[in-house]
Write a protein that binds this ligand. Structure first.
Ligand code: B12
Length: 497
């Protein structure tokens, strides 16, 4: 069987399709990967056709001899996936199979566009499907799949969730029959193109490095209401958090060092890398130092940062961490189900991280803004908290998006706070912060250079009363939009590059 897997994500990582490709190859099937990075990148436009029709025709022409074509998608890539799938169905005979987080949460809607949908983990499902198709067996009963059968849709239950991630091979970075739409052309994916793409990754860009992204786990221990993890746990009826063994991770990274010598840093994208037990992190550090030795970064949470963990990992090459703060308002922490990640806890974690400032790049602290329930008072609490964070740091203020399947999406749909999903979810991106005085302060504080006493003054009660008043709203709206425009267009000059 020849199976083509297509990714519409802006980066070329796409753990899902690369892992599936590696699994299929192990089973003796042939795979082709096509990366069609969404041309809008982060500037999502709802409902628009994403791709240049001719380039897309060229990409689909590569699938002519495929027996099955899979497309992966998150919600923000829905329109692009629809456009790709329309072409697949018009121009090839192969069934179109959708998988990934969006089809997992919205299988009915996905079946309006695809012939089959994979719910949840895809390894076992796609291997079973390919085997059955090859043998000419009935594949409509494959676990995890919804399959169109005449006018009906067969909805198969989920198979058992494999807890041992070591049984799967490392993501497929072979570049054999891998293609990419890059700078307006469809090209074979070579190491040269890969190096260029990895260099442009967000964290690579910040650290000035060429980063390889990996995950040493799947799932997350927490139940934050803006995230999908809790729903996935419910779907499987068990905690979906699973870890790869340290040895399995080391083997992947050793192969990367060998085959992709231009990689000079490792970006660990686990939801919560620090949730590993301390003795496992000590083991990780020892082996990483011995066998990999490249600088690396990871995500942490205020609940798991300890001096011992940070020290061990810094010794092994940890140069940067990213931590979700989300809000410093107690009310919002409760709404996000993060009461235990309160300000005291947050400040404790930040103080520990700050002790390693000479050995690490400034950490990033993420905030969520513009939630339907968020009031100005909540933002003011966050800004006052920010004025006390030990420097250096960097802030990443994101617009909250109510992704389907999350608790906040459910609540907002029920209360009427979410009325237009197309604009407010599918076509909304994290950069679309509301243009107002308080959000402007988050933007000014982003680089961590803004004087803390001045920030404290600008969020003091009398100043906020005046500058955040209704009369001045239009002024700050246009100032915000103007600065945003200037930054987007003159980013290079502003950052001195
Ligand atoms: C790592 C990660 C990233 C990485 C890498 C993403 C990438 N391009 O691969 C980075 C940091 C770049 C990232 C970015 C974003 N992310 Co992200 N990310 C994750 C995270 C933590 C893990 C996803 C992952 O790779 N898991 C491991 C792989 C193996 O699992 P998987 O992708 O689910 O694939 C499995 C199945 O879904 C299935 N499958 C997947 N594709 C296919 C295709 C076929 C044909 C089949 C059969 C099966 C199948 O099989 C796979 C193996 O079992 C999840 C949270 C989570 N715990 O899931 C959020 C998550 C996926 N991200 C999310 C979001 C919103 C984003 C952004 C849009 C955020 C933003 N900037 O606004 C961007 C997207 C831009 C981009 N560059 O892709 C949301 C998606 C919500 C939604 N409904 O769409 C999630 C769920 C977090 C959340 N808020 O709940 N992300």
């Amino acid at each position: 069987m020849k199976i083509t897997l297509i990714s519409p994500y802006p980066d070329l990582t796409s753990f899902g399709v690369r892992t599936l490709s590696a699994c299929l190859k192990e089973r003796g099937h042939t795979t082709q990967l096509i990366f069609l990075p969404d041309p809008f990148g982060d500037d999502i436009v709802a409902g628009a056709d994403r791709y240049n029709e001719e380039l897309l025709d060229d990409a689909i022409a590569l699938c002519k001899d495929s027996d099955l074509i899979g497309v992966t998608l998150m919600t923000n890539f829905f329109d692009g996936a629809v456009q790709i799938t329309r072409k697949i169905r018009e121009q090839t005979k192969a069934p179109a199979l959708w998988g990934g987080v969006h089809p997992t949460i919205r299988p009915e809607e996905s079946m309006e566009h695809a012939d089959m949908v994979c719910i949840g983990d895809g390894e076992e499902a796609i291997m079973e499907l390919a085997d059955r198709m090859q043998r000419g067996d009935d594949y409509t009963t494959t676990a995890n799949l919804w399959v169109r059968k005449g006018a009906d849709i067969v909805k198969n239950p989920l198979g058992k969730l494999d807890r041992n991630l070591d049984i799967y091979p490392a993501p497929d970075y072979s570049m054999d029959d891998h293609h990419v739409m890059f700078d307006g052309a469809l090209l074979p994916l070579t190491h040269k193109v890969m190096e260029d793409a990895l260099r442009r990754g967000t964290v690579s860009d910040y650290l000035g490095k060429t980063g390889y992204q990996t995950m040493t786990s799947r799932g997350c221990p927490y139940s934050c209401t803006y995230c999908i993890n809790d729903t996935l746990n419910d779907m499987y009826g068990s905690k979906k958090l699973r870890w790869r063994s340290v040895e399995h991770v080391m083997r992947e990274l050793e192969a990367v060092k060998l085959n992709m010598p231009y990689v000079d840093y490792i970006w660990i994208s686990d939801d919560e890398f620090f949730a590993r037990k301390t003795d496992e992190l000590i083991e990780f550090s020892r082996l990483y130092k011995e066998r990999i030795g490249l600088p690396f970064s990871c995500l942490v949470s205020p609940l798991t940062v300890t001096e011992a963990k940070v020290e061990t990992l810094v010794d092994a090459g940890l140069v940067y961490v990213q931590m979700g703060v989300e809000s410093a308002s107690t009310r919002m922490q409760e709404i996000y189900k993060r009461k235990n990640m309160n300000n005291k806890r947050l400040m404790k974690a930040m103080t520990i991280i700050n002790r390693f400032k000479d050995k690490m790049s400034p950490p990033s602290y993420d905030f969520l803004l513009d939630a339907p329930y968020e009031r100005d008072a909540d933002k003011i609490d966050s800004l006052r908290f920010i004025s006390q964070i030990p420097k250096p740091y960097r802030l990443q203020p994101f617009t909250l998006i109510l992704y389907p399947g999350t608790e906040l999406h459910r609540q907002a749909s029920e209360s009427g706070a979410l009325s237009n999903e197309q604009d407010e979810v599918y076509g909304k991106t994290y950069t679309m912060r509301e243009p107002n005085y308080l959000n402007l302060l988050f933007t000014l504080a982003k680089g961590g250079k803004f004087p803390s006493p001045l920030l404290g003054f600008l969020v003091s009660e009398p100043v906020v009363t005046i500058l955040n008043s209704k009369v001045l709203r239009p002024f700050f709206k246009y100032l915000f939009l103007g600065l945003q425009f200037a930054y987007r267009h003159f980013k290079g000059a502003i950052l001195g590059r």
